[in-house]
Write a protein that binds this ligand. Sequence first.
Ligand SMILES: *[C@@H]1O[C@H](CO)[C@@H](O)[C@H](O)[C@H]1NC(C)=O
Ligand SMILES: *[C@@H]1O[C@H](CO)[C@@H](O)[C@H](O)[C@H]1NC(C)=O
Ligand SMILES: *[C@@H]1O[C@H](CO)[C@@H](O)[C@H](O)[C@H]1NC(C)=O
Ligand SMILES: *[C@@H]1O[C@H](CO)[C@@H](O)[C@H](O)[C@H]1NC(C)=O
Ligand SMILES: *[C@@H]1O[C@H](CO)[C@@H](O)[C@H](O)[C@H]1NC(C)=O
Length: 511
Amino acid sequence: MHLLYVFLALLSLSDGFDPNCPGRCSCDYVQSVQCYRLTEVPSAIPPTTKKLYISHSKIQHLQLSNLTRMLALEDFILLASGTESVENDTFKALGTLKTLELWKNKLRRVPSALPASLEVLKLNDNSIYVLHGSDFEGLKKLKILELKNNLISSLSDIFSSLASLQSLMLDGNNIETVAGPLALPHLKHMSMENNKLHLIPAIFFTSLQSLQFLSFSGNLLTRIPINLPKSLVSLKMERNQLKVVRFRDMKHLENLSHLYLSENSLSSIEGAQLLANLTTLELSHNQLQMLPLRFPARLQKLDISNNLIQRVTVQDFQDLRDLKHLFLDNNIVSLFEAGALQRCSQLSNLALEQNLLLSIPLRLPGTLARLDLKGNAIRDIAERELKDLKQLQVLNLRNNKISALDLKALEGLPRLRHLYLDGNPWNCTCSLLRAREVLKAKGTDVRGGQCAAPAERQGESWMSSKKIMRQCEHHLHLTEKSKETKKKSKPEEHSTIRINVDDDYYDYEID
Ligand SMILES: *[C@@H]1O[C@H](CO)[C@@H](O)[C@H](O)[C@H]1NC(C)=O
Ligand SMILES: *[C@@H]1O[C@H](CO)[C@@H](O)[C@H](O)[C@H]1NC(C)=O
Ligand SMILES: *[C@@H]1O[C@H](CO)[C@@H](O)[C@H](O)[C@H]1NC(C)=O
Ligand SMILES: *[C@@H]1O[C@H](CO)[C@@H](O)[C@H](O)[C@H]1NC(C)=O
Ligand SMILES: *[C@@H]1O[C@H](CO)[C@@H](O)[C@H](O)[C@H]1NC(C)=O
């Protein structure tokens, strides 16, 4: 807060002391001018200005005369200002212009005669409905072109003069067809999410030899395009209409490490092991009933949540030594063989919530830091199920059918920090209250939930009820001993690693 005041004070000082700074604008030492709520481009802007930023203004028509004096301009940004048209040649003479951003306006076409110096052109959120080859003529230095959320319906080879283009964003248009080849030898990123594509001709990719990141998510594609460039590192095909994936057509993609296929209609992914260097595979919201015979051997993250998987067997995950994150939640898994993940010696995050498990799977890898079993039909917790999980920090058993806790099972989890037990039909005996003492002494954060039995304790919260505490007082001679445990476990706390939440959006707090 304090810093903000200082900043504002400085801002108003600089305003006040710079006689050249126009009204409603602030000007700073690097020849940068920022203006809000204007009705015209200020005529008094210093001619040395390098960056002009205007937003939330009303500038319906931008005319050539409005910018003619600004010959040093490098960045021109006109945002959310209702701009409908730009007079021909308005930017032509600005020979040092590098960045032109005209976001959130009402433009119906790309401004004409853009200067050859341009490196970044962003025209997102306008009403541009057609692109012409002449729009981009001579832009040999252009590296980034963004036309997201416009009304473009087709794409032909209009970008051929963009010899330096590295990033092309066309998400959120109405593109139904593309013709090729797209001759962009330096293009690295291309995104055409949320369009209406149903077919990508093979020839489209023949001159995209540097393409690394490609997204066609949110289209109507029924197959993965063939002839994808060998340079590809990441391919997004989420929210399409894929029924099968022919991995044979992709096996030349030796650098492909990320493949996103969620929200399609896949019923099988046999052959995926051909993508030997894949590290991330996302398949959630498909119709998979079985796990494939083999997975790509280098997978680190596998998401098969929201499918129809029934069984997990010892054969399924044999090769996956690098696997760290496995999402199998929201399936109908009722059989999970003992030791099915034993070979996954890096696994730290296992999501099995919302399945049909009757018990905690046996012989889970000792590397697990987070185990989610919420919303199954588990009836009890046995010592042998949890005894190897020395790294476990988060255990979610919410909404199961557990009524009693085995103290030994919990004592064997030295690093447990968060335990979710609510939504279970707890039988609040005094021995359950002992578990409460043990957990409190360990410093575990517990959501206990309410008692279902005995009748007189129904609805009481067993982790905090004073009433039950009083009734059980004479049973709780454990208190002294558990204090000792706490002391002993202190050194452990120092070595506690933070739960790695880097690339997983997975939230165990969700009810
Ligand atoms: C542009 O300049 C013309 C005069 O040259 C002026 O009439 C008009 O108001 C200016 N428009 C904007 C948006 O500044
Ligand atoms: C502006 O340029 C386009 C083509 O670049 C041309 O068709 C149009 O007639 C021009 N408009 C004016 C008013 O000169
Ligand atoms: C694959 O990646 C490596 C390392 O980044 C790179 O040297 C190689 O050129 C890439 N292969 C292709 C076909 O782009
Ligand atoms: C995996 O990547 C390595 C090096 O990046 C490469 O030599 C190898 O051919 C790739 N394997 C496959 C099957 O693409
Ligand atoms: C609760 O536990 C007590 C003592 O073990 C037992 O007698 C009783 O039947 C249990 N109640 C329910 C509903 O399971």
